[in-house]
Design a protein around this ligand. Structure first.
Ligand code: TRP
Length: 448
């Protein structure tokens, strides 16, 4: 079966694809922004703890569901169900995740479109097309529709090729580029005046803030968003891994890469802001906090690049290409969730399914672009603030309370003969049953 539905050809293929899904705008934009608004290093510290203690176990639950079921989220969870109500529950959780992935892609595609238009702007500037540059960097319905469409076309063209030729091949090409670009940009920014101050603002924790409920909630939300949890994506990626692989260590490696890249992105963004400040750009808002959100990426940083003169064109180009690549390796995984469902449950040809689902999601993006003030924030809130944590929690409930314990242990043992001697074996099943769902529920409750 696994040959007919495709799969990752190697460990590295899976690691880069799953890390590609995890590493996205959430790491390079979201994480530094959250760090800036939540007291610098205190946030980084809490994030690291929560990522390994809560997000990683939940991530393992999703990978294991997928590898056990060898199918899309709904089918995989239904394979674990024994009674009729469990099958209904499996459908709600699995399908909920698929809808969540589609909703996330609908707004993510718009953001990614902005990144692409800002990446092209240095080229038009260099060629002297000033009007073109202004159009590319100003908000307009036409620009947003065109670039969202371009980005969706790229995403669709990769997913149409399938798991090995599409997802794996492109993740292997794009992820090294992303890491290389990130490191080059960090090195360059560090040579500039003001970077040292940003560096210390990023790395000196204000320990008194560590237990603030607001900070805990933001950090957990960020960790779940970053590992793409609660969206069926890690279930479907898990289903493409061979039974010979050691899932426990693969999952840990992906988490480590995800967290490290978020950390590195902070090393780029926060010092960049202080460099901008030393050039006279305002980086604090009226309430004294660091500017974050869209203003940071589309005002503060471009102003910084402009101030660098000719080299700024290259730095700006590199930065927005980095953002676009990060978005693309995530968006392909978001599209894979709904596409694999359509292919496996409704027997649609993969290429057709990809095109139809992709166009459907683009239609949703267009609706958001045309009703931006009303829909943009709403779709983000529904999918990431409510949907993701709730579905991730239900996945843990599913594994902890519905899946047979002996089957879980059997699945963990596949490809990992010595797992019985590890801490993971002793703690994880119990942890996923009690600790993960309650912790997610508590944080979720607070955030309401
Ligand atoms: N992890 C991605 C990021 O950090 C965003 C994301 C959230 C995602 N949910 C997802 C990606 C589902 C793919 C699938 O930007």
């Amino acid at each position: 079966m696994s040959t007919s539905r495709g799969g990752f050809s190697s460990r590295l293929g899976f690691i880069l694809a799953a890390a590609g899904s995890a590493v996205g705008l959430g790491n390079i934009w979201g994480f530094p922004t959250q760090t800036a608004t939540n007291g610098g290093a205190a946030f980084v510290l809490v994030y690291l703890v929560l990522a390994f203690c809560l997000a990683y176990p939940a991530f393992m639950a999703e990978l294991l569901i997928g590898r056990y079921g060898q199918a899309n989220a709904v089918t995989s969870m239904q394979k674990m169900s024994r009674t009729q109500w469990q099958k209904h529950f499996a459908f709600i959780v699995g399908f909920g995740g698929i809808v969540c992935a589609a909703l996330i892609l609908s707004f993510y595609g718009i953001l990614a479109g902005w990144m692409m238009s800002f990446a092209i702007e240095p080229v038009t500037s260099l060629l002297g097309f000033n009007q073109g540059s202004t159009w590319l960097t100003s908000q307009s319905i036409a620009r947003n529709l065109i670039f969202t469409a371009l980005f969706m076309l790229l995403t669709i063209s990769i997913i149409r090729k399938g798991v090995e030729e599409g997802i794996e091949k492109w993740s292997k090409r794009l992820m090294p580029m992303l890491i290389g670009l990130l490191i080059l940009l960090i090195i360059y920014v560090f040579t500039l005046e003001g970077a040292a101050e940003g560096f210390s603002a990023y790395l000196n924790p204000d320990i008194s803030r560590v237990f603030e409920p607001g900070l805990l909630i933001s950090a957990l939300g960020q960790a779940f968003f970053s590992l793409s949890l609660g969206t069926s994506v890690m279930i479907i990626y898990g289903s493409y891994i061979s039974k010979k692989e050691n899932l426990v260590s693969l999952g840990a490696q992906v988490t480590l890469i995800d967290v490290s890249i978020a950390f590195l992105a902070g090393l780029l963004i926060i010092p960049s802001m202080y460099v901008a400040q030393s050039q006279g750009v305002a980086i604090f808002s009226d309430d004294g906090s660091l500017i974050s959100g869209p203003n940071l990426v589309f005002d503060v940083l471009p102003t910084l690049f402009d101030g660098m003169g000719a080299i700024g064109l290259f730095v700006g180009f590199g930065f927005f290409v980095l953002m676009s690549i990060a978005a693309l390796t995530s968006s392909i995984s978001m599209l894979e969730g709904p596409v694999s469902f359509a292919v496996e449950r409704h027997d649609v040809d993969r290429k057709k399914a990809t095109t139809y689902v992709g166009l459907g999601i683009f239609a949703l993006s267009a609706l958001i672009v045309l009703n931006f003030d009303l829909l943009f924030g709403l779709v983000i809130a529904i999918s990431t603030v409510y949907g993701q944590p709730m579905i991730a929690m239900l996945c843990c409930v599913f594994v902890g309370w519905i899946w047979h314990r002996s089957d879980i242990l059997e699945e963990i043992k596949q490809g990992n003969d010595t797992v019985q001697d590890t801490l993971f074996w002793k703690i994880w099943p119990w942890y996923t049953k009690f600790v993960c769902p309650s912790a997610i529920a508590i944080v979720f409750w607070h955030s309401l």
